[in-house]
Structure formats: structure tokens, C-alpha cells
Design a protein around this ligand. Sequence first.
Ligand code: PLP
Length: 287
Amino acid sequence: QWIYLNGEFVEKEDAKISVYDHGFLYGDGVFEGIRVYEGNVFRLKEHLDRLYDSAKSIMLMIPQSKEEMTDILIKTLQKNKLQNAYIRLVVSRGVGNLGLDPSSCSNPQVIVIAEELALFPKELYESGLEIITVATRRNRPDVLSPKVKSLNYLNNILVKIEASLAGVSEALMLNDQGYVAEGSADNVFIVKGNTLSTPPGYVGALEGITRNAIIEIALELGYTVKQEPFTRHDVYTADEVFLTGTAAEVIAVVKVDGRQIGDGHPGKETNRLLEAFRAKVIEDGEK
Ligand code: PLP
């Protein structure tokens, strides 16, 4: 497996960065997780826009243009002979001194890892997920915007730890006011009748690319889509609940904090949206 590391392709074992990299020392950097379906990079423009916006927000200058970055991603896929893959694109602040001040870091590090995708097991799509809500809160948008997909993922990691301690594979984070924000690395939707609701960015959700694709698809299919704050009560009493994300695509949730959702099986609308999403992915590739 070849890793792109600052202009070169190196073998996985040799792909190393300095212990003085501020990405390592402080989580100072940004990243994207991107999906490739049959050689087509899904929603590449949206991913690059989000990456460059995240970088701009934290005053990190990505040395490459978006066109150059596209080229790097394609070359990484070719080098690894991958048609279906998950790409991790990381830009860290680079090597500096031990102080926090990023002005000591002159060279951002650009890393691209492309791998065969490790999907959630098929059974989980058939059975649906049991999840919980956890004590870890999403950081406030006025502190660091949730739109910034930074390397600082401690909240999300704490969510994962709380979930696994409770014996479930995923959990929902609330924001500091108690509104539901998102999962550890997925957005959340609730379905009630013909209406889908998902938390707006200002509640503390990353504006996921999959989330946005689902909103688009749902509108095309005639659903009403609301981006509105909601509470745990609304989740417990929804007809259906599902999560969206680059790796998971669309996955049903059948139990939240011990409350069964609907009949305890992946819902009809969730399955319909997942099917439409999979069709969209192919359709996008044919364009
Ligand atoms: N929320 C967080 C915190 C994430 O890290 C991710 C993953 O990228 C998502 C939501 C889902 O976003 P996307 O659909 O762009 O993968």
C-alpha cells in the first residue's frame, strides 16, 4: 500500500511524520474522509470545499490548489489500483517547536491514505443499530465551529468510549443546551410521517456530505425536510431514526437509550433512502 506523503509515494511502513508535527502535538490540522465508488470519487468538490474552508477558518494554508489536490487523490488511487475505496486526506500544520504558536510551522504536511473500505457488517444494516446518548457534549459553535473538520476529535473519541463502555457501537452527542447534535462521526435524521428532520449546523452538527446528499434525495422523492433543533424526546418518539456518513452511508437505528424505535426494525423510509442513495452514487459516477 502506497501512501502519499508531501509529494512522494512511500510504503505504508515508511509513511512517518515528525513528533514535532503540530498535528500530532496538538491536533492542529484538518481532514476529510472520502468515498470512491467504481473509480468515481463521490462528491469530491464538496469534500475539497469543506477541507479548504476548514483550513481557512483555522488559518492553515494548504500549499496545493484544489486542482492539484484532485490530481494527488487520483494518483493515489491509481498507484494503489483501487476502484472502490475510502480516502483519508489529512493536512496538518507541520513541524514546529513545542510552543502552541503555529507560526513556527512553515510546512503543512499533506497525507493521503487510500484503502479498501472496511464497511459496517451487512447484518448491522439488516438489524439496525442500538445506540445511546452520552454525557460528552458537542463543542459550542462559538468556540470552534462544527463546520471545521479538524484533527481535534477528542469529543468524538469520548463519545465512542462511552458507547463501547455501554456495549453499543455508536452514540449521539447533545449540544450544551441539550439539543441532539450528531453521532461520533455521523449525522442523525429522524423521520415522522413524511417529514425528515436533521439538526442544523448551528446546533453543533458537521454539515456532512452524505447528510446533504440525503436531503437532496429526500426532496426529490417528495419528503418534507426540516433542518431544525430537536431533543431526545423527539428521537425516542420518531417513526424512524437513521445515521448518515461517508463510511456508513445510511444506517438505521432501532433502539435509543433503551427505547425501541418504530417496530424495532430498520424502517421503510430509511431503506428507501438508502436504496436511493446507492442509486445516486452510481448515477453521479456516470455523469
Ligand atoms: N459528523 C462528524 C463529526 C464527522 O466526522 C463526519 C464524518 O465525516 C460526519 C458527521 C459525516 O459527514 P460526511 O457525510 O461528510 O462523512
